[in-house]
Write a protein that binds this ligand. Structure first.
Ligand code: ADP
Ligand code: MG
Length: 315
């Protein structure tokens, strides 16, 4: 089989829920990753962090209640914490799996900062709900302090933050160097630590959450990857998803994908960012394809046997 440079974006189901479950979940995920490494592919792993960053934020907020001298932990710091503990669990699980197959492989986790545009319109229109559910009183108090809250599907109120587009991965050269040296690199967790740079080039943490599929697409583009593989909770992308006339898609050109987006076939915040990320990757260079499939079907999908492949016309 042809050896490829692959960016693998792991969805929530690859990490499980809670600390103990995460260790179990990553062991399974590691087997899937090492299967691909054994086929000779060069791999970069990215992952989501929605539930994890929410948990960290809650914990840090509780600290400010118990100890009045603690200040609020900035959101980008919470993202960095999540990259750290998810990264180390994945790294150890992959290393252990390599070891159990007597492979002397190298694995690294690179905490990464992803620059966003200060003027990104997303900052004026925060849409991404994070953290725990709040009472109406708490939400009103937040609003009075300039923290935007929304009413979330009848379940209570939640803080919403901006989800700006990733523009530049600051640790790209480090990631490239490790990849060249044969490492499996885990990076851009949770879409990366969002930063903006000031007039002097100093990086300042931004109160935002970058979509992990968008960050993965940018990473795949900048690394010149052959394949972006988005592993999630569905085997294929569908049109008329969840309806009687649902249809699973095997192949999808950029043109068709845009048409389906216009028809609102993909849910915002779940499948839509994946298809949009795939379109941008396909358009960034010749022959670049994205596979969207189930975590367990990764190898089959890469072999062309399942999943949905999104590509530019004339691949
Ligand atoms: P992840 O953690 O992998 O990013 P998400 O929940 O964000 O997972 O996105 C995957 C989910 O998108 C699927 O589990 C599915 O329920 C949902 N989805 C929405 N629209 C579609 C569609 N048109 N085709 C397939 N899945 C869809
Ligand atoms: Mg998602």
């Amino acid at each position: 089989m042809e050896k490829k440079k692959i960016v693998i974006a792991l969805g929530g189901n690859a990490l499980g829920k809670g600390m103990a479950q995460q260790q179990e979940a990553v062991a399974r995920t590691a087997r899937i990753i090492v299967d691909l490494a054994q086929q000779g592919h060069s791999l970069v792993i990215t992952h989501g962090n929605g539930p994890q960053v929410g948990m960290i934020q809650d914990a840090m907020e509780s600290l400010t209640v118990v100890h009045k001298n603690y200040e609020q932990t900035p959101l980008p710091t919470c993202v960095a914490m999540s990259q750290g503990y998810i990264g180390i669990d994945l790294q150890n699980a992959i290393k252990y799996e390599l070891l159990s197959r007597s492979i002397d492989g190298k694995v690294s986790t690179i905490l990464s900062q992803v620059e966003v545009d200060r003027d990104d319109p997303a900052f004026k229109n925060p849409t991404k709900p994070i953290g725990r559910f709040l009472t109406k009183e708490e939400a009103l108090e937040n609003e009075a302090n300039g923290i935007r809250c929304i009413e979330d599907a009848g379940r209570g109120y939640r803080v919403v933050v901006a989800s700006p587009m990733p523009k530049r991965i600051r640790e790209l050269e480090t990631i490239r160097t490790l990849l060249r040296a044969g490492h499996i690199v885990i990076t851009c967790g949770g879409g990366g630590i969002p930063v903006v740079s000031d007039e002097n080039g100093k990086l300042i943490g931004a109160s935002a959450v970058i979509d992990k599929d968008n960050a993965s697409s940018l990473l795949a583009e900048k690394l010149g990857a052959d394949y972006l593989v988005i592993l999630t909770a569905v085997e294929k992308v569908a049109i008329n998803y969840g309806k009687e006339n649902q249809e699973w898609l095997t192949d999808l050109t950029v043109e068709q994908a845009k048409e389906y987006i216009a028809q609102k076939q993909f849910a915002a915040g779940s499948m839509l960012p994946k298809v949009e990320a795939a379109i941008r990757f396909a358009q960034s260079g010749k022959g670049r394809k994205t596979l969207i499939t189930l975590l367990d079907k990764a190898a089959e999908g890469i072999a062309g046997k399942t999943g949905t492949v999104i590509y530019a016309d004339g691949r």
